[in-house]
Design a protein around this ligand. Structure first.
Ligand SMILES: Cc1cc2nc3c(=O)[nH]c(=O)nc-3n(C[C@H](O)[C@H](O)[C@H](O)COP(=O)(O)OP(=O)(O)OC[C@H]3O[C@@H](n4cnc5c(N)ncnc54)[C@H](O)[C@@H]3O)c2cc1C
Ligand code: SF4
Ligand code: SF4
Length: 519
């Protein structure tokens, strides 16, 4: 069969924009999300196991959900944006406090306050969750980390302490759903892992029906394992299988083998951090329900940022049961100052790096640096901008009789993923999206029509509504596009307003005005 033209296959773009230029952090989300199991993360890189375009006419998912692409970033904000506070360097939050595991054994096992493990241990015990996806050191080579699945409380104890190399924990999430059939899962990961999971949620991927809570860790950077091991062997004569323990201090990377302890200045090992970390603006897992990290200079406490209502309820239950002990951050003000300083530094350094890369002609994903500056007040500032001013007026519509296969051709041709359905008298009768089309079995796509699968209950706005009102409507109805119709005849289509249109206006504003809280 001849290859169809205009196929919308995202893997090619993912490979070109993320994998090949070194922006991949090996989270495994693309592997977990791929509907035809065409991707495998192994040997330090995602690989395509087979050509997915043989099974699918169009599929944007792996590009969309990768944490380093510009797709869906705006949509991910809605998971945290109802929090009452926001700081430029820390994102949205409800509360910031200090905490540690009340049980000293859990505390001693961790380099921080042992909060993550105490929470997971408690939540599995109390059946609040039925499992957790975590990461633990490989038993043979402790410098390596592997994603693991905790099913009983004591499983989480082996995931103690962070390993500063990549872990395909999002891939493990896929396994815990499909292989273990778990439905109340806690996900623990670093900021890019959390962003991948939020993108999957924004995509309404079926995996995410089983997500109970996201616990994000702070992250300054991660080493490229291959490069680090090569360097340790070449410059310090340390083979991977000799390493018993590694530790990071403020100035040193400390490697312990059976025979010696090697102290390497941080400045020397820093050249082995992953490329993507140089442009990463998120230190505190800004999209997580709960973010947890060090509380420097305190030794056995962790800093906890509660961002969502769900995170707050989850955390408070553990506090109420005495599993976690807390302390007001006000009591140790230097811990918060340190956090803000580190987070702001990471962001500034990343923005400078992005600028330098762009100058050198290196393609950097476009939305990241301004997206995290988007705040609720900005959206409310868009009250003066009317929908009619920014909507797309030239709308491509489809007839109800079009088959699903023909629709997929239209999607590939125009690179739009949703179309209004118009009847013969040019009255709008519904809307159909790529997601609707993908639900139809392949063999039925030439006989099923878009009229049969489209949504008939329309979410509409009028040209004189403000963009802020439109944003509220999109969030409330969880849709990515709104039809703009005539007030006098709601079946008469005047335009379409997509999340990308809103993104565009917000990004223009972000460039023109500085309205963010200053730390
Ligand atoms: C790559 C990385 C970089 C970090 N950088 C910083 C930093 O710069 N500043 C800071 O304050 N905190 C950082 N942290 C977080 C910190 O190390 C602690 O995890 C955090 O303070 C929580 O402490 P805890 O005592 O509650 O739990 P811990 O016992 O430390 O928590 C362990 C948890 O970390 C998870 N984990 C371990 N390795 C990985 C990995 N490679 N990828 C994903 N998850 C992993 C395990 O699943 C486990 O649940 C980093 C964590 C990682 C993984
Ligand atoms: S989704 Fe994760 S594993 Fe896949 S390309 Fe992106 S960062 Fe890499
Ligand atoms: S610095 Fe950013 S990109 Fe790098 S591992 Fe941490 S969260 Fe991921």
């Amino acid at each position: 069969m001849p290859e169809k033209k205009n196929k919308l296959i995202a893997y090619n773009e993912l490979e070109r924009m993320i994998i090949e230029p070194g922006f991949c952090t090996l989270c495994g989300a693309c592997e977990a999300a791929c509907p035809v199991h065409a991707i495998k993360v192994e040997h330090g890189k995602p690989h395509r196991l087979h050509d997915c375009s043989k099974h699918l006419d169009s599929c944007p998912i792996c590009y969309d959900i990768c944490p380093h692409t510009d797709a869906l970033l705006f949509e991910t904000l809605r998971f945290v944006a109802d929090a009452p506070h926001r700081r430029e360097s820390l994102g949205y939050y409800r509360k910031i406090l200090l905490a540690h595991a009340t049980n000293p054994t859990l505390r001693d096992a961790s380099k921080g306050g042992g909060v993550v493990n105490a929470l997971l241990h408690f939540a599995i015990n109390e059946k609040i969750i039925d499992s957790a996806t975590v990461s633990e050191a490989s038993s043979r080579v402790p410098i390596k980390v592997k994603p693991s699945i905790s099913l009983v409380p004591d499983d989480v104890l082996s995931a103690v302490d962070a390993k500063i190399v990549p872990s395909a924990v999002a891939e493990a999430f896929g396994r815990v759903v499909f292989e273990y059939g778990k439905v109340h899962i806690a996900f623990v990961g670093i900021p890019c892992h959390i962003r991948a999971v939020r993108k999957l949620e924004a995509w309404q991927h079926k995996l995410m029906d089983s997500l109970e809570i996201t616990i994000g860790l702070f992250c300054l950077w991660t080493f490229s394992l291959g490069r680090l091991l090569e360097y340790l062997l070449h410059d310090h004569n340390i083979a991977a299988n000799e390493i018993q323990n590694v530790d990071l201090t403020a100035n040193e990377y400390v490697v312990t083998t059976e025979k010696r302890v090697v102290r390497i200045p941080l400045s020397e090992v820093k050249s082995h951090i992953m490329n993507s970390c140089r442009t990463c603006v998120d230190f505190t897992s800004e999209l997580a329900d709960l973010s947890i990290g060090g509380a420097s200079p305190l030794k056995d406490w962790s800093m906890v940022i509660i961002r969502t209502k769900k995170g707050e309820d989850f955390f408070n239950r553990a506090v109420k049961e005495g599993v976690i002990t807390t302390k007001k951050v006000k009591a140790e003000p230097e811990t918060l100052a340190h956090l803000i300083q580190l987070s702001a530094h990471k962001r500034t350094a990343a923005l400078q790096e992005i600028k330098a890369m762009r100058k050198a002609g290196i393609p950097v994903p476009t939305a990241i640096e301004f997206l995290y500056k988007t705040i609720a007040t900005e959206i409310s500032m868009l009250k003066e901008v009317k929908v009619g001013e920014i909507m797309t007026k030239k709308v491509i519509d489809v007839p109800p009789s079009m088959t699903v296969n023909e629709l997929l051709d239209e999607i590939a041709k125009h690179h739009h993923i949703g179309f209004p359905i118009m009847d013969e008298s040019k009255q709008v009768v519904g809307i159909v999206t790529l997601q609707d089309a993908m639900k139809v079995a392949k063999e039925k796509r030439s006989s099923v029509s878009v009229g049969e699968i489209g949504t008939k209950g329309l979410v509409v706005v009028f040209p004189d509504n403000s963009v802020a009102e439109a944003f509220e409507k999109m969030s409330k109805h969880n849709v990515g596009r709104l039809l703009v119709v005539d007030k006098k005849n709601p079946r008469s289509l005047l335009g379409i307003l997509t999340r990308s249109d809103l993104m565009h206006v917000l990004s223009m504003r972000a460039k023109l005005t500085v309205v963010y809280d200053k730390d």
